[in-house]
Write a protein that binds this ligand. Structure first.
Ligand SMILES: O=C(O)C(=O)C[C@]1(C(=O)O)C=C[C@@H](O)C=C1
Length: 272
């Protein structure tokens, strides 16, 4: 979605937002495939494992250090002014180019679940995605981690736009307002959950991971039987599906619920 030049009312169509989520599946699968070529390299994630010249007081992990440095540069290029971009680290410098006028699609909110994304990624995804051990490719593995984390963060925080589109459905809005006022998280979650969309997503994801993960130089692998394909895959398909089932979809829903809970706090809102 082009948040800058797009027509705000068009930009909020649920179908279009779902198409963005579908496209981001590809980004995430390819980023995971890239990371999986390197070993676990546990030292990247250990706080204080390295000392940083000129920044000796920083006691975080190498991944956090690298991510922060990158986010500082990206902040100068106003990346985090965009309502679909959220930083992991801070504080960050102000942009060095003038701000853009974004259409005001989202209501003001302070939701950022990046610390949860970082935690499940390091604890659950990396150990099942990568071979154990240390191959010394610490810099390369970290750049791939950053690609994975940024893609996951983008996808999960997109839940804010999805929630806004759902709220704007005139048939559902009275129910949303009732549950938001009652602060009933469970009822909001049930109302925004679409099991059919989730099931279709998980099936599609499995097919994509099977297809994108194939080694095309294996001449017979594409038409081969399932066992044969699995032997030549660059990535464990189950890791990708589980990532979405256990973490990406639930956290997207959490973002949606939290966004809706803050949705009526906007003084300019007239949905009384
Ligand atoms: O597509 C939607 O309706 C969403 O809210 C997104 C999403 C997802 O994370 O993919 C989350 C909740 C729904 O149950 C279905 C899918």
């Amino acid at each position: 979605m082009n948040l800058v030049t797009g027509n705000p009312s068009e930009a909020i169509s649920l179908d279009k937002l779902r198409n963005v989520l579908i496209r981001l599946e590809d980004t995430i699968i390819f980023a995971l495939i890239e990371r999986s070529q390197f070993a676990h390299n546990d030292i990247i994630y250990k706080p204080g494992a390295y000392k940083y010249e000129g920044n000796e007081e920083f006691s975080g992990s190498f991944l956090e250090y690298f991510l922060w440095e990158i986010e500082k540069v990206h902040a100068k290029a106003r990346r985090y002014q965009s309502p679909d971009e959220y930083p992991f680290m801070g504080p960050l410098p102000d942009p060095i180019i003038p701000p853009l006028e974004y259409p005001r699609i989202l209501k003001p909110n302070n939701i950022n679940v990046n610390s949860k994304i970082m935690e499940f990624y390091i604890k659950h995804i990396i150990p099942s995605l990568c071979v154990p051990g240390d191959d010394m490719n610490h810099g390369s593995a970290t750049t791939k981690d950053i690609d994975c984390l940024q893609a996951l963060s983008h996808r999960i925080h997109y839940g804010k736009f999805v929630a806004e589109a759902k709220f704007q459905d005139p048939n559902l809005q009275p129910k949303y307002i009732e549950y938001i006022k009652a602060e009933d998280r469970k009822a909001i979650e049930n109302l925004l959950t679409n099991k059919k969309v989730e099931e279709a997503l998980l099936k599609r994801l499995r097919r994509k991971a099977l297809t994108y993960g194939q080694d095309i130089t294996e001449s017979d692998s594409i038409v081969g039987d399932n066992d044969h394909i699995h032997k030549h895959l660059k990535i464990d398909v189950n890791v990708v599906v589980e990532l979405y089932e256990k973490w990406v979809i639930p956290l997207t829903k959490e973002v949606e619920v939290e966004y809706l809970l803050q949705r009526l706090d906007d003084p300019l809102e007239d949905t009384e």
